[in-house]
Ligand binder design. Sequence first.
Ligand code: C2E
Ligand code: MG
Ligand code: MG
Ligand code: MG
Length: 292
Amino acid sequence: HAKEEGRNTYRFFDERMNVGVAELLRMRNGLRNALDHDEFELHFQPQIDLASGRVIGAEALIRWNHPELGRVSPDRFIPVAEESGLIVPIGEWVLREACRRAAAWQKEGLAGVTVAVNLSALQFKRGNLKQTVTDALAEFGLDPTCLELELTESILIKDVEEVLATVFQLKSLGLKLAIDDFGTGYSSLSYLKRFKVDKLKIDKSFVRDLASDPDDAAIIRTIIQMAHSLNLRTIAEGVEDQEMLDRLRLFHCDEIQGYLIARPMPIDDFIAFVRAHSPSASDSASDRGTAI
Ligand code: C2E
Ligand code: MG
Ligand code: MG
Ligand code: MG
């Protein structure tokens, strides 16, 4: 077992990877071939607008089906892909595949349902991100307003001027920008304004203890108030039970995403999910239309 071989040997410098060297090498080699061998797949997790109860978007989350290792979690392989630079071609694949799928679901009646794509820092440094995004939108005829890019705070605080220039180019295409895992990094209010961010994704570590920890509740309430005063929308990730949802609603959170609603799922299941949770045309405007 790669995992056992690696346990007592050298550990890779980045502790967050928490991966033995044998497993690291195996993943790195595997990742090199994964695109050619068609081993990646995107799953989609619904995002619900709390005011209307409707599914208004989905986060695209990569899945890697390795022939021997089986399904490898992105928390394990994304850091390896970043460290080896492979995240650039993999990230391009994610962008194209997300645009392809979102363009297809627009045609299948899910009009206006957006797709959110996670970006890594290296995608900002290497490769022409603006061109990649422009090409992906054009190739599949996706309306830019249906694409949202998720960045982490760590991207924003390094090489600020460079990143700022790229962000402006991206925003000029008409797409939306969200800050992922918000609250775990060091970005300030002035950054959010400068970067013309549209949405804050409140990190699931705050959401998890929302009911039991008054500090986390206060942090979430403050993030939402601050976001609204800057005209930003808020989405809470990792919403797992009704109590969390009730509290988030009380705090005027705009959107939620989490296992309470649905797990990330293959494209066909996602489309079926949205259809099943859309209010029918005959429902009155005041009807929430779903059980959410
Ligand atoms: P993230 O972007 O913060 O994505 C949210 C993660 O939370 C996902 O994990 C999702 O499955 C999980 N999640 C959703 N609802 C719940 C819930 O109610 N409870 C709990 N405990 N978890 C929930 P996943 O799919 O394993 O992805 C992990 C991370 O890997 C992502 O965190 C993101 O940082 C990264 N990632 C995933 N796909 C991509 C990609 O295409 N590109 C890049 N660069 N990173 C990606
Ligand atoms: Mg994300
Ligand atoms: Mg997140
Ligand atoms: Mg994350």
